[in-house]
Design a protein. Structure first.
Length: 262
C-alpha cells in the first residue's frame, strides 16, 4: 500500500505550493485538492504537472473545489442550474486526466438538505458524473462524508446496487468516526469497492490526528484491505491549522512504513 498526502493538508497554502511540499517530503502519491475555478484551466493544470515531473510523486486523485455546491448545483431539481454547473465537473475530470490521476472524489449531497433529494435522483446524477469521467479515462468516486448522504453504510450499499460496476468508494477514516459509524464495519462491507483511502489517526485529543499520534488500528486496516487484494493507496489527510504539518507528515510517513513493513 503506497503512502501519499493530500495538498489539503497545507490549506490555505496555494495548491501548487502545497503539491511542491508533498513532493519534497518524498511521498509516492499525492491528492490534489483544487481550491478555485481558475485552477482547472489548462495552463494551471500543466503547471501542477510540472511540479511533480522528475519526482517520485504521482498524482493519484483530485478533489473538485465545488464540493460545497453539490447539493444545490449537481443533485438539484433545477435542471438549468445542473446544466450550468456540470461543466465544472467536465473540466475537473479533464484536469485529472492531464495530471495522470485515476480518481475524482465526490462529496455529494447533504443528508438533510433544505429541499429533499430522492435517492433515485442522486444515483441518476451520479451516473452522469461517472460517464463524464469515463470519457476522460478517470473514475468518479463517492467518498463517505459526515453529514452527507454517503456517511451511512446503508446508503452506500443502496448506491452500490444502483450504480453496479460504476460504484467506487473513497473511504475516509475520520469521516466515518464523525458520522458515528464503525470504520472497520465500513471497511469490511466495502473492501472490494474501495479504490482509495483517506487516513488520519484519532484518540482522546481528536479525530483528525496525524497517523502515529492516536490509537487507531492501522494494522487492522491494512489486514482488511490486504485480504481484499487492495492495490490502491493510503493518502494522509489532516488539517494544517493544528499542526507543524511538514514535520507531522514526515513522521507519519515513517510511522506507517515501519508499521506496514514497507
Amino acid at each position: 500500500m503506497r503512502i501519499g498526502a493530500s495538498t489539503s493538508c497545507f490549506y490555505p497554502l496555494e495548491t501548487e505550493k502545497a503539491l511542491k511540499k508533498v513532493t519534497e517530503l518524498g511521498f509516492e502519491r499525492a491528492e490534489v485538492f483544487f481550491n478555485s475555478y481558475s485552477e482547472l484551466q489548462e495552463g494551471f493544470v500543466k503547471k501542477l504537472s510540472a511540479v511533480v515531473e522528475g519526482s517520485e510523486t504521482k498524482i493519484i486523485s483530485v478533489h473538485p473545489f465545488s464540493s460545497f455546491l453539490e447539493s444545490n448545483c449537481i443533485f438539484t431539481e433545477y435542471q438549468r442550474r445542473f446544466e450550468d454547473f456540470i461543466e465544472i465537473y467536465r473540466q475537473t475530470c479533464h484536469a485529472a486526466a492531464v495530471l495522470g490521476a485515476k480518481y475524482v472524489v465526490i462529496h455529494g449531497a447533504l443528508e438533510k438538505p433544505k429541499i429533499h433529494i430522492p435517492d433515485e435522483r442522486y444515483f441518476e446524477r451520479f451516473s452522469l458524473l461517472c460517464e463524464i469521467g469515463k470519457r476522460e479515462g478517470v473514475a468518479v468516486c463517492q467518498e463517505n462524508v459526515n453529514r452527507f448522504k454517503s456517511q451511512r453504510i446503508e446508503f452506500c450499499k443502496k448506491m452500490r446496487v444502483a450504480l453496479g460496476d460504476d460504484f467506487h468508494l473513497v473511504f475516509d477514516v475520520k469521516q466515518a468516526l464523525r458520522a458515528g459509524e464503525d470504520p472497520f464495519a465500513f471497511l469490511e462491507e466495502f473492501k472490494n469497492d474501495i479504490v482509495h483511502l483517506h487516513i488520519s489517526d484519532n484518540g482522546s485529543s481528536g479525530d483528525c490526528l496525524p497517523p502515529g499520534k492516536g490509537s487507531f488500528d492501522f494494522k487492522k486496516l491494512k489486514n482488511i484491505m490486504d485480504g481484499a487484494n487492495y492495490n490502491g493507496d493510503a493518502v494522509i489527510e489532516i488539517y494544517s491549522l493544528n499542526y507543524n504539518v511538514e514535520k507531522e507528515l514526515k513522521e507519519s510517513k515513517e510511522f506507517l512504513k515501519a508499521l506496514w513493513q514497507m
